[in-house]
Write a new protein. Structure first.
Length: 532
């Protein structure tokens, strides 16, 4: 059986950088990737309008100056095709494909305690072994099924945004249903609205959607980026969200209503994903401060949407602003003023089932040519859960995480030696500009593997006491905010039966990084290192 220093799941942003770092350090790596090409989440999410709502300049690798000199971003917000081109360029530029087994899935991985090796089973029937097993399959990558009866009876076409046909889909002249109003639903709906003959948006929970202000980047913008990028990246690494914005210091309640309104207006007009959140220091910790910004967005919806009844349906009232991930949209609310667009509020008229002709709600049947499920993901734990992972003593990760994920730093879990997660539950990953968090985790893992090799240490495992403390710390930080008030994927609340536990770490990217660094400097405090 082939033995690698590291077996890695996934060839997206994380897997590609892992190959680069580990190979440069002299390790052998085998990356197993289900898709026929690189890209990970950005490969599968090829739905119309798919676009990152973090700016290109912050949603890119920062490890290579040469790469930055060579690659020109074409827009402020990178589209999915551009991100896929970028990742393909990176794979070729650094010759990364030769370490990847495409169109292959890892089905199981078991830790062989006697040999300190992970025995990894592939769906090809092969088995390979790794001294380390690294889960880099993405934090938001496993599509969540829509939980609707009768899907197979539908005579039209069904699609999930998270698993979109690579060749694209032409919806011209069709009657199309979009189920879901998160980022994927908002982007898909606005991208297809001009082509379809009728668009019906099925909304269960309204979202707060601010304008996406996108524009082309010219040579001058790229030059300026390259001139300032070292400082920009460094600031991001020590920031709260992995993005180089300054944090506000003033409470929303310390200023007059007029001043607040002006600040919110400014943030809306110069919108970016964090603009409204960064207006005041207490938007996500104080109910009244949050209500002020929530009400501002509600006012915008009333202003944009002509029909007051539709505006009211689109208005989020059941959870505080940004406690579910807010969206950036291009003409989202405006779209509902068009004659061929209708909104179905599933709180009023729930879906009963799908039928051969379309979708039956409590109010009757609606006919469609195509249905798009934009129903989200089994986030943070989904990618690990679909592999049978068995650690020490025959305990499986599924058993250990039956009441919710438990990790030390979001990087490791007790009972699973030499296994690492990239942007796992308990790390800030999904609440940050992902690529910065990915680079930090990959660097930490690579440095750790070098440290262990240099000292002939055979295994590293999170200490249970430190893990418990970290899990409690992640929960207590979350409880100090308004985040747990929403039924979000951060909590696992979007997946029926999934234990409710706040999964991302809210302590901030910079603080988290310095915590990881301190632990490293202290000889991997909180980990048990063993030579045997
Ligand atoms: O998924 P979501 P997403 N019947 O979970 C609804 C990142 N991302 O794919 O809110 C009816 O946010 C569900 O309703 P409810 C980003 O981090 C980034 O849009 O659960 N409806 C919700 O409206 C994002 O947060 C980008 O009540 C059902 C929607 O489906 C994350 O990925 C682009 C349903 C799911 O929204 C996930 O985004 C895309 C059912 N049975 C994604 N089940 C950008 O960078 C679910 N829903 C722009």
């Amino acid at each position: 059986m082939a033995i690698y220093d590291a077996v890695v799941v996934g060839a997206g942003f994380s897997g590609l950088y892992l190959i680069k770092r580990l190979r440069d350090a002299g390790f052998s790596v085998c990356v197993v990737e289900a898709a026929p090409s690189v890209g990970g989440t950005w490969y599968w999410n090829a739905y119309p309008g798919a676009r990152c709502d973090v700016e290109s300049f912050d949603y890119c690798y920062s490890f290579s100056r040469e790469l930055e000199e060579e690659w020109d971003w074409s827009e402020r917000y990178p589209s999915q095709p551009e991100l896929l081109r970028y990742l393909n360029y990176v794979a070729d530029r650094f010759d990364l494909r030769r370490e990847i087994r495409f169109e292959t899935r890892v089905t199981a991985a078991a830790f062989d305690e006697a040999r300190n090796l992970w025995d990894v089973s592939l769906d090809s029937g092969e088995r390979i072994e790794g001294r380390f097993f690294i889960l880099a399959g993405g934090a938001i990558s496993v599509p969540k099924p829509p939980e609707i009866d009768g899907i197979e009876s539908f005579r039209g076409a069904c699609y999930h945004t998270g698993n979109w046909p690579q060749e694209g889909v032409d919806f011209s002249g069709q009657r199309v249903a979009v189920i879901g109003t998160g980022s994927s639903g908002v982007q898909t709906s606005t991208a297809i609205v001009d082509a379809v003959s009728q668009l019906t948006v099925f909304q269960r929970t309204p979202n707060y959607t601010a304008p996406m202000i996108n524009y082309a980047l010219d040579a001058a913008a790229m030059n300026e980026f390259r001139r300032t990028s070292p400082a920009r990246h460094e600031k991001s690494r020590h920031s709260r969200q992995g993005i180089p914005y300054d944090l506000p210091t003033q409470s929303a309640l310390s200023v007059s209503a007029e001043e607040r309104a002006e600040t919110f207006r400014n943030a809306w007009e110069n919108s970016h994903l964090f603009a409204l959140r960064l207006t005041y220091s207490d938007i996500l910790t104080d109910e009244a401060a949050n209500e002020a910004v929530s009400e501002f967005v509600r006012g915008k919806i009333r202003e944009i949407v002509n029909d007051p009844a539709v505006a009211e349906k689109l208005t989020p009232r059941s959870y505080p602003f940004a406690t579910k991930r807010p969206c950036l949209g291009r003409g989202y609310y405006e779209m509902f003023n068009r004659d061929h667009v209708r909104l179905v509020d599933l709180r009023e008229t729930p879906i009963q089932r799908m039928t051969p002709a379309g979708i039956e709600t409590s109010e009757g049947e609606l006919a469609f040519d195509a249905v798009i499920f934009a129903t989200g993901f089994d986030a943070l734990t989904g990618a690990a859960a679909r592999i049978d992972i068995t650690g020490r003593g025959g305990v499986t990760l599924r058993e250990k995480w039956a009441d919710g994920p438990e990790t030390y730093l979001g990087l490791a879990s007790t009972g699973f030696p030499n296994l690492f997660f990239v942007t796992g539950p308990g790390s800030p990953g999904p609440l940050s500009a992902m690529v910065k968090s990915i680079e930090q985790h990959v660097d930490w893992i690579a440095d750790c593997m070098i440290y262990l090799r240099d000292r002939e240490i055979a295994s590293i495992e999170a200490d249970r006491i430190y893990e418990r403390e970290w899990v409690e710390h992640v929960q207590s930080v979350a409880l100090g905010t308004l985040y747990p008030r929403a039924d979000s994927w951060y909590l696992g609340a979007n997946v029926p039966g999934k234990p409710r536990k706040f999964m991302p770490y809210l302590g901030g990217v910079g603080f988290y990084r310095s915590t990881c660094d301190k632990i490293t400097k202290a000889g991997y405090e909180g980990f048990e290192l063993s030579r045997a």
